[in-house]
Design a protein around this ligand. Structure first.
Ligand code: APR
Length: 311
């Protein structure tokens, strides 16, 4: 049986995602975009890369959803990226419409698919996709934590001059300025971060992680990060298609976990062929719990704006 993955949005994140999926020979890939010719052209280009890289997957592009039928996974990257000075939240209403349409169409053609959201503001877009698709919550979730922890890990590794492979980091909460890097649980081969770096340095790395996306937007000026975001989504797709059951931080729909109800927030989950197979509830300190509650509140404010719009 061949796996099939649809990538909605053939822009920076979507196209890199497609090429990474092909390179890892994880699935046949269909890209969908509203711009005529772009997904078709990029798809053909990636197909022709196959003989060089040695992958046998079919890659194609379309402006409609018929070719996406019966996908195992649909990754939604369609929408507008940030420009300098914008927060992810500034994208809310424009991307709400994009994600609504994409979800309706994707769910219609692939009723058994797992939906992975990448479009920002991430946690609010996951909520939209859950409402629109009416899929079970284990099949609708978002990519944020893998990226945020990768940023934190990269900064820690750079600071300590150690391999990124040895660095484990925990980041909880919404994918925004209120995200909660949990220093207490972050370590280098089991050695607590707090034993390796002083408080001031840790605080600086935490802040740089929170601002990780904005730092790149400032350099790029016309868009936001895409290499690490697309790689992060690929790690999630791989864990699902291979049923690896990796424990990864993802935006998951919480119904009471961490005292949060009816919202998407980043937490550690087990990702396998059934999507989110388990949500891990960590014991947090009062301070961490308060930061998480603040982060959830920020997500709730965005969701309430969308609820009004949906009325
Ligand atoms: N259906 C399909 N594709 C769409 C739609 C739609 N309704 N609306 C826009 N698109 C496409 C655009 O044509 C474009 O090709 O989505 C693509 C977005 O690509 P980029 O502008 O390059 O943006 P990108 O960097 O890929 O970011 C996409 O991911 O990380 C998030 O914040 C980021 O929300 C943004 C999203």
């Amino acid at each position: 049986m061949r796996n099939k993955v649809t990538v909605v949005g053939a822009g920076n994140v979507g196209a890199n995602l497609a090429v990474n999926l092909a390179n890892k020979e994880l699935a046949d890939v269909v890209m969908v975009d509203v711009v005529e010719g772009v997904p078709q052209g990029k798809g053909l280009d990636m197909l022709q890369m196959g003989p060089i890289e040695g992958y046998d997957v079919r890659v194609s592009g379309a402006n409609d959803y018929e070719p996406t039928a019966n996908s195992d996974i649909v990754v939604i990257t369609a929408g507008f990226p940030r420009k300098p000075g914008m927060s992810r939240d500034d994208l809310l209403m424009a991307n709400y419409e994009v994600v609504k349409t994409a979800t309706e169409q994707a769910a219609r053609y692939s009723p058994n698919a797992i939906l992975i959201l990448v479009t920002n503001p991430l946690d609010a877009m996951c909520w939209t996709a859950l409402q629109v698709s009416k899929f079970a919550k284990n099949r609708v979730f978002g990519m944020a934590g893998v990226l945020d922890t990768a940023r934190f890990r990269a900064f820690i590794a750079q600071e300590l001059q150690v391999s990124v492979e040895n660095v484990t980091a925990v980041v909880l909460g919404g994918h925004g300025d209120t995200m909660v890097p949990v220093v207490r649980l972050s370590n280098v081969s089991g050695i607590p971060l707090t034993e390796l770096l002083d408080e001031g340095t840790i605080a600086r790395l935490v802040q740089r992680t929170r601002d990780g996306g904005a730092e790149i937007v400032k350099y790029l000026k016309t868009g936001s990060a895409y290499y690490a975001p697309s790689a992060a989504a690929v790690e999630m797709v791989e864990s699902i298609l291979k049923d690896k059951k990796k424990v990864l931080p993802c935006a998951a729909y919480l119904e009471g976990e961490y005292g949060i109800h009816g919202l998407y927030v980043g937490v550690p989950v087990k990702l396998g062929s059934n999507g989110i197979e388990k949500i891990y509830e960590l014991k947090l300190t009062d301070e961490e719990q308060a930061m998480l509650a603040k982060s959830a509140k920020a997500v709730e404010e965005l969701v309430s704006v969308m609820k009004q719009k949906m009325r």
